[in-house]
Design a protein around this ligand. Structure first.
Ligand SMILES: NC(=O)c1ccc[n+]([C@@H]2O[C@H](COP(=O)([O-])OP(=O)(O)OC[C@H]3O[C@@H](n4cnc5c(N)ncnc54)[C@H](OP(=O)(O)O)[C@@H]3O)[C@@H](O)[C@H]2O)c1
Length: 327
């Protein structure tokens, strides 16, 4: 496993890390013992950074991570998120009292007295223009409740605004073969300000693993069934906002570019790691075997210029018209 500096935090984190949404909720039924095994396997293989949120399974994901961390002696950094428990989810709800209340709950779920990294969880637009919110996060830092904070954002413009605040350490953003716009301007600015970048939805919700087909179906409690058109949350979080059939066509073309011995999943992750501004990709994993395949990406050589150009051509022709201007 290779490690990269996470912004100005001084942490070195695994370039392939672990996204813990699926082990909480919204991805069909999951088995806690299998999820626990996946987490342990990730740590065995050198993963030292886990991304979760207080709302993933209403704390289930955080509690599983807290339990696993207790069983391990390695230094494991946990990034969690706050905001999506606010009901209604308004900009006004992002105040010190509400955030502090959620922090207490996450501390308990994770079994710790200080959160390593707290991220605002795709907050409403006005939050980006309210310095009081960032003041509240500074106060929680001074109080020793959180060590660092960052944001999970939707479009790159939100990331650009967020990193104007001097104590924002990380930005989590959708970045994949199916979502390439962050590389245009946002990455340059994030690098200039030494902000850590966490690439979420790196496998386009599994579409980029190449295992899906036209007739693949998803259970009712899986967002790939209930959020195809953005019925419950932003459509861009499901399959990166790409129409399913378009995504399948693009995967078939990308498959022709695989270097020998590299799987489609690893190709998608290796493509992300080609971008120096990215600190780590956080692929979701439900099972040890998935984690093993994902983590092995870190040992693969860089993709050639020719392959990168061909992948860009597939994006420009098939994917860009659907997503580039929306997010
Ligand atoms: N708003 C936010 O802040 C936000 C939103 C989305 C995600 N995130 C974070 O980003 C992380 C990653 O994004 P994501 O989980 O949405 O999508 P993703 O990483 O693109 O896709 C993850 C899914 O792909 C499948 N998969 C993973 N590895 C595989 C492998 N080797 N072979 C075959 N299938 C594999 C698994 O589902 P199946 O086995 O069921 O196919 C897994 O749940 C999340 O876990 C979460 O931590 C944050």
């Amino acid at each position: 496993m290779n490690y990269r500096e996470l912004g100005r935090t001084g942490w070195k984190v695994s370039e392939i890390s672990f996204g813990a949404w699926a082990i909480g909720s919204a991805w069909g039924s999951v088995d806690d013992s299998e999820s626990t095994a996946a987490l342990h396997r990730a740590i065995d293989l050198g993963v030292n950074f886990l991304d979760t949120a207080d709302v993933y399974g209403d704390g289930r994901s955080e509690r599983l991570i807290g339990q696993v961390r207790k069983e391990r002696s390695e230094q494991i950094y946990v990034a969690t998120k706050v905001g999506r428990r606010f009901d209604p989810h308004t900009a006004e709800a992002y105040n010190y009292d509400n955030i502090a209340g959620c922090v207490e709950r996450s501390l308990k779920n994770l079994g710790t007295d200080c959160l390593d990294l707290l991220q605002l969880h795709c907050p409403p637009h006005p939050v980006y223009y309210n310095p009081d919110v960032f003041g509240a996060l500074d106060r929680l830092t001074e109080e020793g409740k959180i060590q660092y904070y960052g944001l999970s954002v939707k479009p790159p413009e939100e990331g650009l605004k967020a990193i104007e605040y001097p104590n924002v350490q990380t930005i989590q953003i959708i970045f994949s073969l199916f979502r390439q716009r962050p590389a245009e301007l946002f990455f340059k600015e994030a690098e200039r300000r030494q902000v850590g970048v966490l690439a979420r939805v790196p496998l386009a919700s599994g579409l980029l693993t190449g295992k899906m087909k036209l007739d693949t179906s998803f259970p009712e409690n899986d967002h790939r069934h209930f959020n195809i058109k953005g019925e419950v949350f932003d459509r861009g979080e499901t399959f990166c906002g790409v129409e399913y059939e378009t995504g399948l066509r693009a995967v078939e073309e990308l498959r022709q570019l695989l270097p020998k011995g590299v799987t489609m999943t690893q190709f998608a992750l290796r493509w992300i790691l080609m971008h120096d501004a990215v600190t780590c990709a956080i692929p979701g994993g439900k099972r040890p075997a998935q984690v093993e395949e994902n983590v092995a990406t870190s040992d693969l050589p860089p993709l050639s210029d020719e392959v990168m150009e061909k992948a860009a051509e597939v994006y420009n022709r098939l994917i860009k018209p659907e997503v580039h201007y929306r997010w």
